[in-house]
Design a protein around this ligand. Structure first.
Ligand SMILES: *[C@@H]1O[C@H](CO)[C@@H](O)[C@H](O)[C@H]1NC(C)=O
Ligand SMILES: *[C@@H]1O[C@H](CO)[C@@H](O)[C@H](O)[C@H]1NC(C)=O
Length: 527
C-alpha cells in the first residue's frame, strides 16, 4: 500500500497526484491529470523563457562591459576634450549612443520578444486550457477540510504526511500549512483555520534558523490566528496575539487589524450543526458499524449456481449485506481485462466527443477536461457481457436499463446521502422509476470511498470487480426511502464505478422472487 505511490502532499501536488496515481489510460474523467500536463507545459515554457532571457542578459552584460571599458578609458584620459577631439573617438561615442544603445539594448530590453512570447503562452494557458483558479484551490482545501471532518484526521498528522496512521513520503512545509490556514479563514472555517495556523507556526519556529524573515512570518501567522480567534468568540486571545505581534513590530499591519476588530463585535462561538444523517454517515464511512439494539442472524456468504444457466459453471459469489431492503454484493463479476476494456470504451467515447466538437479529434488538454462521467451503451463486446451479467443476476429485462454511467471520484469529493429513485419528475425516455441500482466497482481505493447506507447500518468498501445490487422501489413500486446511500470521500486513491439504473417499465413479470425479502410486507397490488 505504501510503496505504490508516494504522496507528495503539497496542495497542487495533491491535486495532480489524484489523477496520475494509477497511471491509467482512462484519463477522460480525471481532470486532475490534465493539470499535471498543464504544469508540464508551463514548466517547459518557463524554462525556455528563462534560458533565452539568460542568453540575452549574458549578451547585454558583455556589451555593457565593453562599453564601460571604452568609456572609462576615454574619461580617464587627462584631457577628455582632447580625446573627443579625435574624429574617430567622436564617431565611436556617437555611434554607440545613436545606434548601439538603441538597437542592442533599449529596443530588445523594452520589447523583449521572449517575454512577449511567454506572456502570450500564459494567456493561452489561462484562456484555453482551463488553468485552475483561486476557487479551485479553495475547492481542494475545502476537500481537505471535509476529509478531516469525516474521518477525524488530525491536522498535525496531515501536515506530517500521515493519513489514518499510514505515513506517506512527504510532509507539508510551514508555508503550505499557512496557505491552508489562510484559505480556510476566508472560507469561514475558523476552527480548522486556527489548527493549520498553529501547525504552520510550530513548523516555522522549528525551521526559523534556515528561514530568513522568520519573525516577520511569525507575525503574519499570529495576525491571522488573532482574527480567527476573534471570529470564534475569543476576543481576549485575539488581543493577546495582536499584542505579541505589535510589541515586536509596532508598524505591522496588525495595527489596522486591531482597529478593525475593535470596530465590530466578536464572533459567536456557535457549535456547528450537522445534518441529521451526518453522525451515521461519518461513522459508517470510517468503517464502523452503528450500535444496534438487536441484530438478527449474521448474514452468510453463499455460492449461487441456480439463478441462471450462465452461473452453473461459475456460481455467483453472493455476499448478502442487508435483508429488507435487500443489498447484495456479487464478487468477481468483472475481470481486470473487462474493466480495462470498459475504460477503453469510455476513452474512445471521449475522442468521439472531441472530434464532434469540431477540432478534428485532436486531444487537447481542454478536451480531456470533461465532466467526471461518461455513458456507455451495450453494443461493444464488453458492454454486451456487462448487460448479460446485469440481466442474469437481477432477472430484469435490459430494455428498461439506462446506459452505464462510468464515474470517477476524486480525492475529497463527497457524495452526500441520496436515493437513486426520482419519485417526481421522472425522465421521459424511460418507463417508470429506477427500480434497481447495479453498481460495479471498477477500482480498488487505497483509503476511503466506501458506499454507505446511512439508514441501514451498512458500509461497503470498494472491491474491484464486485457488483452491488439493490432495489430502490418496493414491490408496490413505491419508493423505498431506506435505500438512502452515499459515496464517502476518497482519502487516498481514485475511485471508479459503473452504475446501471433499471427502470420499472418492462419488468412487470421479471422481478424475481426470492431475491427480495420485502414481498411479505409489501402493500402493493402486484404481489
Ligand atoms: C516538455 O519538455 C520535455 C523535454 O524537453 C519533453 O519531453 C516534453 O514532451 C515536453 N512537454 C510538453 C507538454 O510540451
Ligand atoms: C442511523 O442508523 C440507525 C441504524 O443503526 C437508524 O435507526 C437511524 O434511523 C439512522 N439515523 C438516520 C438519521 O439516518
Amino acid at each position: 500500500m505504501l510503496d505504490r505511490h508516494c504522496l507528495y502532499f503539497g496542495i497542487f501536488q495533491l491535486i495532480i497526484w489524484v489523477g496520475v496515481a494509477n497511471g491509467e489510460f482512462y484519463s477522460s474523467v480525471d481532470s486532475m491529470q490534465d493539470l499535471a500536463q498543464v504544469e508540464e507545459e508551463l514548466l517547459n515554457a518557463t524554462r525556455s523563457y528563462l534560458e533565452s532571457q539568460q542568453k540575452q542578459l549574458d549578451f547585454y552584460r558583455r556589451y555593457v562591459e565593453q562599453i564601460k571599458r571604452e568609456h572609462e578609458w576615454a574619461t580617464s584620459q587627462l584631457k577628455l576634450d582632447e580625446y573627443l577631439g579625435h574624429p574617430l573617438h567622436a564617431f565611436r561615442l556617437l555611434k554607440r549612443l545613436v545606434r548601439d544603445w538603441d538597437a542592442l539594448i533599449f529596443e530588445p530590453i523594452v520589447a523583449n520578444d521572449a517575454r512577449e512570447k511567454f506572456r502570450a503562452f500564459v494567456e493561452v494557458l489561462s484562456r484555453d486550457l482551463g488553468y485552475p483558479d483561486q476557487s479551485e484551490l479553495q475547492g481542494a482545501i475545502k476537500g481537505l477540510a471535509r476529509l478531516q471532518k469525516v474521518y477525524n484526521l488530525p491536522t498535525s498528522d496531515l501536515a506530517d504526511g500521515i493519513i489514518n496512521g499510514f505515513p506517506y513520503e512527504s510532509d507539508l512545509q510551514w508555508r503550505e500549512c499557512y496557505e491552508i490556514g489562510v484559505q480556510l479563514f476566508d472560507l469561514k472555517e475558523y476552527k480548522k483555520s486556527l489548527e493549520w495556523l498553529q501547525v504552520a507556526l510550530i513548523l516555522l519556529q522549528s525551521s526559523s534558523r534556515t528561514e530568513k524573515d522568520a519573525n516577520h512570518y511569525v507575525a503574519d501567522i499570529r495576525e491571522y490566528a488573532s482574527m480567527a480567534n476573534y471570529e470564534l468568540g475569543n476576543p481576549k486571545k485575539a488581543r493577546r496575539l495582536l499584542n505579541q505581534v505589535l510589541d515586536k513590530q509596532p508598524k505591522h499591519s496588525a495595527q489596522q487589524t486591531r482597529k478593525y476588530l475593535e470596530s465590530r463585535e466578536p464572533g459567536k462561538n456557535v457549535r456547528e450543526t450537522n445534518p441529521s444523517w451526518f453522525a451515521n454517515y461519518t461513522r459508517l464511512c470510517q468503517g464502523r458499524r452503528l450500535p444496534e439494539e438487536r441484530s438478527g442472524d449474521p448474514l452468510k456468504c453463499y455460492l449461487d449456481g441456480k439463478r441462471h444457466a450462465y452461473f452453473i459453471l461459475a456460481p455467483l459469489q453472493v455476499e448478502p449485506v442487508h435483508l429488507d431492503p435487500d443489498i447484495n454484493v456479487y464478487h468477481g463479476m468483472l475481470s481486470s481485462k473487462h474493466i480495462q476494456s470498459i475504460f477503453e470504451e469510455a476513452d474512445k467515447k471521449e475522442m468521439v466527443r472531441s472530434a464532434v466538437a469540431g477540432d478534428g479529434g485532436a486531444r487537447t488538454v481542454k478536451d480531456l477536461r470533461v465532466s467526471q462521467q461518461t455513458w456507455l451503451d451495450y453494443k461493444s463486446p464488453v458492454m454486451k457481457s456487462v448487460g448479460r451479467i446485469i440481466e442474469f443476476v437481477s432477472g430484469f429485462d435490459m430494455a428498461g436499463a439506462e446506459f452505464m454511467q462510468v464515474a470517477n471520484y476524486g480525492v475529497g469529493g463527497q457524495y452526500e446521502p441520496h436515493p437513486d429513485y426520482f419519485e417526481v419528475n421522472l425522465p421521459e425516455e424511460f418507463i417508470g422509476d429506477r427500480i434497481s441500482t447495479s453498481m460495479f466497482y471498477l477500482s480498488d481505493v487505497e483509503q476511503g470511498g466506501y458506499t454507505v447506507f446511512t439508514k441501514l447500518n451498512v458500509f461497503l468498501p470498494p472491491v474491484k470487480g464486485a457488483l452491488v445490487m439493490w432495489h430502490n422501489l418496493h414491490r408496490s413500486l413505491d419508493v423505498d426511502a431506506r435505500t438512502l446511500h452515499a459515496g464517502c470521500p476518497v482519502i487516498v486513491g481514485s475511485k471508479r464505478i459503473g452504475n446501471i439504473w433499471m427502470h420499472s417499465g418492462y419488468q412487470e413479470f421479471r422481478r424475481p422472487c426470492g431475491l427480495t425479502s420485502d414481498s411479505y410486507k409489501s402493500v402493493g397490488y402486484r404481489d
